[in-house]
Design a protein around this ligand. Structure first.
Ligand code: PSU
Ligand code: MN
Length: 312
């Protein structure tokens, strides 16, 4: 495992996380972009704490990751979380941005791509988020494919997520994951979830029933050593907790039209859509988003505990 971390002027691992890793206790990485750019203020502050609690309820130690004043933090204290959630100027940093922002002594929130890369650097195997970035609709013309996918292809971290939003090209995202050799496991489901919806209408290639089996996939892939890709563990909202389909379809149509109208592109696409949903769903998108993130954090905690036990 990669334990030669860069020096502390560049990367600081929070004490509790460092001790957990040294003792072989399960650790779950958490991204900060969902806090800074995915959830509205001030809900993000409360939800950030709830996500960490959910990881602990699963038996593991949470490590929220962000760049603060040019230093990567693996694990944040309450005041640092507050800062990520409150600073309106905090940047959204994918992998390519982290080194640049660190050099310029800036602060930023990490995406799935950069969180996975930094988690791997610290020896963390399991990561929980809400939704994965993916292939955007119209990508054959715009080339808008999230860097999340490419990074997963070369970073051996298991990402627990509720699939991808239907604002994306879901079929194209699944095809790309196949091309990039990233395995996709449904947790107690045969259907790839669609974030707000339990079923995106597309199948998952594999299904697991327990956190122990998901962990065994990670450990077995390591032992085989055939490739260094990550694993997607797709955890759907229960059917009775998903967003009403009519509301969902209306929001997606309106949201996509809004992007067109405003000429939004690049890394602003996902945050702008999320903001639109939160403003126009009467609280439903926020409710579902929070529930699925907490469920993913809990499951990731359980998987991390199992990975630690099976590696011991
Ligand atoms: N999907 C969501 N909520 C999010 C994101 C994705 O449902 O907050 C964030 C994640 O941080 C993800 C990033 O890594 O957006 C992908 O952005 P882009 O499409 O610009 O790569
Ligand atoms: Mn993009």
């Amino acid at each position: 495992m990669p334990h030669a971390l860069p020096s502390p002027d560049l990367v600081v691992v929070h004490e509790e996380v460092r001790e957990a890793l040294a003792a072989g206790v399960g650790v779950v990485a958490l991204e900060s972009t969902i806090l800074a750019h995915g959830l509205p203020h001030p809900d993000n502050v409360t939800v950030a704490a709830q996500i960490e609690d959910a990881v602990r309820a699963g038996g593991a130690v949470p490590a929220t990751i962000a760049l603060l004043d040019g230093v990567v933090h693996i694990g944040l204290g309450a005041r640092e979380v507050e800062r990520v959630c409150t600073d309106p100027d905090i940047a959204k940093l994918s992998v390519r941005d982290v080194g640049v922002a660190a050099a310029l002594r800036l602060s930023g929130a990490t995406t799935v791509a950069s969180t996975s890369a930094l988690a791997h650097l610290a020896g963390i195997r399991v990561f929980a988020t809400g939704g994965l970035g993916g292939v955007h609709r119209g990508a054959s013309e715009t080339f808008d494919v999230s860097a999340d996918l490419g990074v997963l292809a070369s970073t051996p971290v298991l990402v627990v997520c509720a699939g991808v939003k239907s604002i994306l090209d879901v079929a194209g995202t699944l095809e790309t994951l196949e091309t990039l050799s990233v395995p996709v496991l449904g947790f107690r489901t045969d259907a790839f979830p669609g974030f707000y919806l339990s079923d995106s209408g597309h199948e998952v290639p594999w299904r697991v029933e327990t956190a122990a089996d998901a962990a065994r996939v990670v450990v077995t892939r390591d032992r085989l050593g055939t490739d260094a890709a990550g694993v997607v563990l797709a955890n759907p909202l229960p059917a009775d907790r998903q967003v009403d389909r009519e509301l969902h379809d209306r929001l997606v149509t309106e949201g996509l039209a809004l992007l067109e109208r405003e000429g939004v592109h690049g890394k602003d696409v996902t945050p702008r859509l999320l903001e639109y949903f939160h403003d126009h769903s009467g609280g439903e998108s926020l409710r579902a988003n929070v529930e699925l993130v907490l469920a993913n954090a809990r499951l990731a905690g359980e998987v991390a505990v199992e990975v630690a036990a099976q590696t011991a």
